[in-house]
Structures are given as C-alpha cells and as structure tokens.
Ligand binder design. Sequence first.
Ligand SMILES: Nc1ncnc2c1ncn2[C@@H]1O[C@H](COP(=O)(O)OP(=O)(O)O)[C@@H](O)[C@H]1O
Ligand SMILES: [Mg+2]
Length: 527
Amino acid sequence: MAGLKFRDVGDVPLVEMKGITKRFSGVTANRDVSFSVEAGEVHALLGENGAGKSTLMNILYGLYRPDKGQIFVQGKAREFHSPKDAIAAGIGMVHQHFMLVQTHSVWENMILGMKETPFILPRKKIQDRIAEISEQYGMQIDPSAAVWQLSTGEQQRVALLRMLYRNAKVLILDEPTAVLTPQESEKLFGTIRRMTREGHGVVFISHKLKEVMSEAGRVTVLRGGLNAGTVAASKTREEALAEMMVGRKASLGLERKPMARGDSVLEAKEIHVLGDRGIKAVNGVSLCLKRYEIFGVAGVAGNGQRELCEALSGLRPLISGEISVNGARMDRESPRSFIDEGVHYIPSDRKGTGMASGMDIVNNSILKKYWSKPVAKGFFIDWGTSADYAEEIVESFGVSVSSLSTPVRNLSGGNLQKLLMGRELSGTPNAVIVMHPTWGLDVSATHYVRDQILARRESGSAILLISEDLDELMALSDRLAVMFKGEFMDVLDNPGTVPIKEIGIMMAGGHKRPRTAASKADREASR
Ligand SMILES: Nc1ncnc2c1ncn2[C@@H]1O[C@H](COP(=O)(O)OP(=O)(O)O)[C@@H](O)[C@H]1O
Ligand SMILES: [Mg+2]
C-alpha cells in the first residue's frame, strides 16, 4: 500500500477550514467561509463565476495565505506557506490548467519539484509505482509518453496521478470536467469513486449542477465570497442549488418553441479551409443555415470549429468550395460585405477578436457600424447617435456598468459577453454565427445569453451555434452536427432524441452513425 500518512482518527474531518477571509485589492474573495472534507466523500464546491471557489481551494493548497481563519488537518491547526507544505500535509490540487511540463515524459513529471528527488533518477522504480497507482485508480496512462503528445483528458490524468504519487489524501479538482468529453468525464468519475472508496476525500469544483447532483455527497455553495450553505446532494434539487448560487429564484428552463424552418440564408458547399499553421482545418464541410433555426455544432474545441466560423463570416479564405449568402456567391468577398449582408459573428475570444479592449463601450458598440448610417454622417461619426445606440444595447442586454466611457477591458466576463451579444444580436441579423457563447459564464448570465439566442431564432435569424456544452446544444439546436478533425461526422435532425453517449463517441472520432432516411433527405434539400 502507498503508505498514506493519515492516521485513523475517527470522526475528525480530513481537513477543516474555519472562518476563512481573503481580500484582494478591492474584492473580498472569501468572507468568513468554513468548509470541511471527510474521508471517503466527494464534497462539491459550487458557485457562480467569481464566487470565490478557486480562491478558497488555492488557500487550502497553500498558494494564498488567508487574511483570517484557520486550517486544520485531522484536527491539528496548520499553516501552509506554499503548495509544498500542503502536499506534505496530504493535500493535492489539480488546477483547471494543469501545471505540467509539456516537453517531459509522464514519469518525469511525477517527480518534478519533489525535494527528495535523488540525483540519479530510479526510472524503473518510478514507472512501476505509476503503473501501480494507475491500476489502483483505473487511470490508463503510458509513463514514458511525452506530455505534449497526450490529449487534454490524459494530461489531466497525469496531473491527478502526480498528486496521488505524492500521497495526497485530499484531492481538489478545480472544474475538471470543463475540458472533458462526456466519455472522459465518466472515466474521471470512475476514478473519483475509486479514490473515495480508498478513503480519500475529494473536493469537486463545478458549475454543472447535473454532475454535482450525481457525483457529490455534500454540496457547498459559495455566493459572493460567502458560504451560502452546505447540503447533502440527496436532500436537494438542482433548482434549489441554482437558487442558492444566484440568491433568488432562478429559472433554468428554456422554451424552444416549435418553428417551421424558413428560407436558407447562408450556404456552404464542400468548403476546405487552412488553419493558422497552414494545416487543413476544415475538410469538406457543407451546411445550410435557415431562418427560424439553430444549427448546432458539437465537438471538442480545436477540431476546425473556429476556422469554420471564420470562413463563414468572410474572415478566412477558402482553398476550395463555395459560400453563398441569400443566394449570392460570397466566398471572395470581404468580411465587411458579410456584415453588410447581415451575417454576424460572435467569436469565443471576446477580448481579442470580439472587442477592442482599450476602447470604451460606445466605440465597441459601433465597431461594426461606423461606416454606415445612422452612425456615420458622411465621413464623420455621429457620436450622439453612437452613444444612444450603445446605451440601448447596455439597457436591453442588462450590461452593468457605471458609465459608457468605461474601457471594455474593465468589464467582467459576463458583462463583456452581454455587450458583445447585444452588439451582434441587435436588429434582426440574417445569420448569426456564435461560438462558445456561454464559456466561462455563470448560471444567470448563461441563461440570459441562451434566452437571447432563442429570441433571435424566433424573430427569424438563421443561427449557427458552436459549443462544447452538450446540454446547451441539446437544449437549443434544431439540427446538430458533430465536428471532428475538420469534418462533420454526422448531422442529426432531432438531436433531442439521440443518446448523449452517441454524440460523445462521435466527438471523440468514433463511428459515424448510419445515415437515416430523414437526414439524407435533408442533405438533398439543402443543396
Ligand atoms: N489573484 C487575484 N488577484 C485579485 N483578485 C483576485 C485574484 N484571484 C481572484 N480574485 C478575485 O476574487 C474573486 C473570486 O475569484 P475566484 O476565487 O477565482 O472565483 P471562482 O473560482 O468561484 O470563479 C473574483 O472577484 C476575482 O476577480
Ligand atoms: Mg475558479
């Protein structure tokens, strides 16, 4: 056995945080928060963005010192000055962005930073130990593989293994499933169950209510840095948790009214597109976006989705294929012509492509309008009209700002996304291409953004929705394509009726589904 350093001390929690307060300049990230982890439990930590979850766990992992409060490990008060101290006390953390050395092998990553590392590495011994832990917790990994060759899910496994290798008894996982496919998440949950069976305590940070309900024993909700309550998952419901998170009744449901598919707005035929590194990113994709319809694209980020969006909005040239908007060929036209044709693109990279971060709200609101009336008057910009326009967006999309002259870089993620959505969705665009619209947004902002996308569908826009969030895609899409390595694995007509597992398999490049008569007919119709 791995020689877990923890004594059996009966009912004392593995760790206990009492009255933790942590301030950063201007914000109180944690306010008098108490939190504990028992042996054998998964304790979920839930909360909106900025609620203080990562801060609280970074404190437990020794990255930050609390301003107030105490940490007890098996009943004994401890002070951590660095993660080394925390690890020595049996506490390990896997961050959202795992801190691995990409050019090193898996086994070398295990021992990096360990002070007891001998000068000559006992490679065989380390690899045997990795094999043993992998076996024990059901994580397949090749110890000699280089980290950069591994998928995101595998890298996460390495980061977790690294903590187990160092005898962590408490494991903190900060939004581990955010980067995983459904299959990978299932595997991770399998590992987590084995860990708790072995007596580990697991802190599972997530904002996905479903996962929390199915995997956690207890759930603690943070709101605005405060502990809004700790409850047993078996004694609560998703709605109740959402309410604790946002502090009021939260509606989680979305209403997607049945709508008859309208005329075709944007069509792509067999398009091939290069990525930034000159490698083919989109490999013969055809699609047809129609009014009153949301066409979803599922897939793990990096499978050509961004390049597809950029091609469809005129930002990236085609190697071959055709794009037409409202029946007219557009594939040699400028991005501005696409905007003039009412094709709007909302990129996932809000600060880069989406907004000029140094400029204020007014300037950002008219960024795609300054050349046309009524914002432009001859060669000049009408600032009065521009400010009215910006104010309208801010009002109707509920962007919370103190002044329109605030540089957009000072907006929180949620507010920035609302401003961007407001700019791109105002009026009724012919087509909207929207990528990862709720990435990094919390429950209420997410709901708002999804609702706005549905509203645009109802008012007759054709919408292309790229997302990694299958729940989002299932809730919003009328049709759903699964993209893998630049291709559509399939286009599903009634995505709601397809088991999520099948979509997950396609996301990982697994078998294509047999063509159904209906989807074939649709393909014909879209020609
Ligand atoms: N290193 C830091 N410096 C300044 N402010 C920070 C820092 N880390 C977090 N914050 C702020 O503390 C609050 C809580 O953040 P965080 O713990 O990351 O929330 P969560 O993980 O729940 O999204 C936020 O307002 C955030 O901007
Ligand atoms: Mg966080």
